[in-house]
Design a protein. Structure first.
Length: 547
């Protein structure tokens, strides 16, 4: 274990910090072997060791000891905030005395003692990452790597911070694992911590099993945010911190398009960069700390707009419930465009990807891959693959490298020996049987063609909004992005004469749009976060006008 990571994940509380916790807690004496919680328990309490020690056990690895907490240390990770079922078991080692903070008081503890809250949040996040890195905890996913259902399950669990171990059924270990669950014909097979097996479940059933999903969100709230990308999460953090009853809805999980990025380097405050998943994790912990709710997987089937200023908007959810919201923020982001290449449909999510995280990258260890696109997302994906796993990374770009990519990134790519750049080139055809074997590309300048052997294709070729489910009264520009503020007012479709729209307000009063889905926005993480914070300013103003 890295000593620096060890200090972050397992800090020792000072005497003054423990004294600050006491008003929230009660003292509990535990005999040797006393179980404080077991894997699968939800909404557990927070335990600090005063005397004795606590063993944290991994039920997925024969109850091996992960760590032993001594006096001044504490048990728990991010599930203390998510309130999901825990993935480890905690047992007293020897006669022990503990401080026990009820789980429903943990958020108050974090907010009322900020310096202590910071230490705990860093520890929670570090512990979860260390557990995930062991590869021996949480669910087991058994299925073929080129199966779109396997890819979807892995992506869903990864986005929602659920540790899992993946076994490719094309490998000997994968075949052994499949045999251990009876060689089912239907895959992926998901083995839960209690040993029960699920065969290719729908996302809602998988979410219920993992404790991600329990019920539809509350029926009436101040701010409903549709989309858990950077704009939506930022809005939730600011709104909840200012006392607004806030719910974030997402059909897959937190992160949005940014969540598929291997590295974000141009977001202020992170000079070494961070992955889209790290950004999403930190943001979600912040919003949960302040009391916002995250509900996934859930989609909004339609919105019934309020008939008067005093009425709420009605969001009809695919979980069968209706949400009443005073203000709605559309932060749905955009979707990567698909390649216009022959046989594209055949390999969708079976070797063709629209994200580049460790989930996708680990399937192509030692193989040749290609990245299609010339923006920063494509560039970061190419660097991530070249440094982490791929033998050769081909960049397929319609123009020249650097035309739409940050200079620092283009320079880095140009000096990476296992990246090959194909400028003025487009993909025309994809070949393979069950897996991609090669692609045919065309040089658009001289019309020459060549075939490139590879195993995976990562596509980042621009994006577009998908908003067919929105009411027609919410106006879009010619590219389909939502008009807001002055543009909404100048469209001739703004319905009110007694006031102008807020900067992020659409042509439907009290319906806001932020981030990439908004017309005229700059498609960068920093701008999306700024939009999210501005949305809360608009929400306060609109609630005042409504009341």
């Amino acid at each position: 274990m890295d000593p620096a990571s060890d200090r972050l994940a397992f800090p020792r509380l000072t005497a003054s910090e423990i004294d600050a916790i006491r008003p929230f807690a009660q003292v509990q004496d535990c005999p040797d072997g006393c179980r404080l919680f077991k894997a699968g328990d939800a909404e557990i309490d927070f335990f600090i060791v005063l005397e004795g020690s606590l063993d944290i056990l991994n039920p997925s690895d024969n109850n091996s000891v992960i760590v032993t907490h001594s006096p001044g240390e504490f048990a728990g990770d991010i599930d203390l905030l998510t309130r999901r079922p825990v993935i480890v078991t905690c047992i007293a080692k020897g006669k022990s005395q503990l401080l026990r903070v009820p789980g429903n008081k943990v958020r108050d503890l974090l907010n009322r003692i900020p310096h202590l809250g910071d230490k705990l949040l860093v520890a929670f996040q570090s512990r979860r990452q260390m557990l995930a890195d062991t590869g021996k905890i949480g669910f087991k996913i058994i299925g073929p790597s080129v199966c779109k259902d396997t890819t979807l399950v892995r992506e869903f669990l990864y986005k929602n911070f659920v540790p899992f171990t993946y076994f490719d059924t094309a490998t000997d270990k994968g075949k052994e694992q499949l045999q251990s669950v009876g060689n089912p014909k239907k895959t992926p097979a998901i083995v839960r911590g209690d040993g029960n097996v699920m065969l290719n479940p729908c996302l809602r059933d998988l979410a219920k099993s993992a404790g991600i999903w329990r019920d539809c969100p509350p029926n009436e709230i101040d701010l409903a945010i549709i989309g858990a990308g950077p704009a939506g999460i930022a809005a939730a953090v600011y709104a909840a911190s200012e006392g607004l009853h806030t719910v974030v809805l997402d059909k897959l999980g937190p992160g949005g398009q940014a969540g598929g990025s291997s590295k974000i380097e141009n977001f202020i405050g992170f000079p070494s960069g961070l992955s889209g998943t790290d950004l999403a994790t930190r943001g979600v912990l912040q919003m949960l700390k302040f009391g916002a709710l995250l509900s996934a997987p859930v989609a909004v089937d339609r919105i019934d707009l309020a008939k008067s200023n005093g009425d709420p908007h009605l969001l009809h959810l695919d979980c069968g419930d209706t949400l009443r919201a005073g203000v709605v923020l559309l932060a749905t982001g955009v979707t990567w465009r698909r390649l216009d290449a022959k046989n594209m449909d055949r390999f969708e999510n079976q070797g063709i990807y629209y994200a580049c995280t460790s989930v996708e990258a680990e399937m192509h260890e030692g193989q040749d891959v290609a990245v299609v696109g010339g923006g920063n997302s494509a560039g970061q994906a190419a660097m991530f693959l070249a440094e982490r796993c791929a033998r050769t990374v081909h960049i397929i770009i319609r123009r020249e490298l650097g035309d739409s990519m940050s200079n620092y990134l283009a320079d880095r790519i140009g000096s990476t020996p296992n990246i090959k750049i194909h400028s003025n080139t487009e993909v025309r055809e994809i070949f393979g049987d069950r897996r991609i074997k090669e692609i045919e590309v065309e040089n658009t300048a001289d019309k020459s063609r060549e075939k490139i052997p590879l195993a995976g294709l990562f596509v980042f070729i621009g994006a577009e909004p998908r908003l067919d489910w929105l009411p027609e009264s919410i106006q879009r520009d010619k590219l389909g992005y939502i008009l807001t503020g002055v543009e909404a007012e100048n469209s001739g479709k703004w319905p009110l004469k007694d006031r102008c729209p807020c900067p992020l307000e659409t042509t439907a009063p009290r319906i806001l749009a932020a981030g990439d889905v908004r017309s005229g926005s700059t498609k960068r993480v920093g701008f999306a976060v700024g939009d999210g914070s501005l949305a809360v300013t608009c929400t306060h103003r609109l609630r005042t006008l409504r009341n």
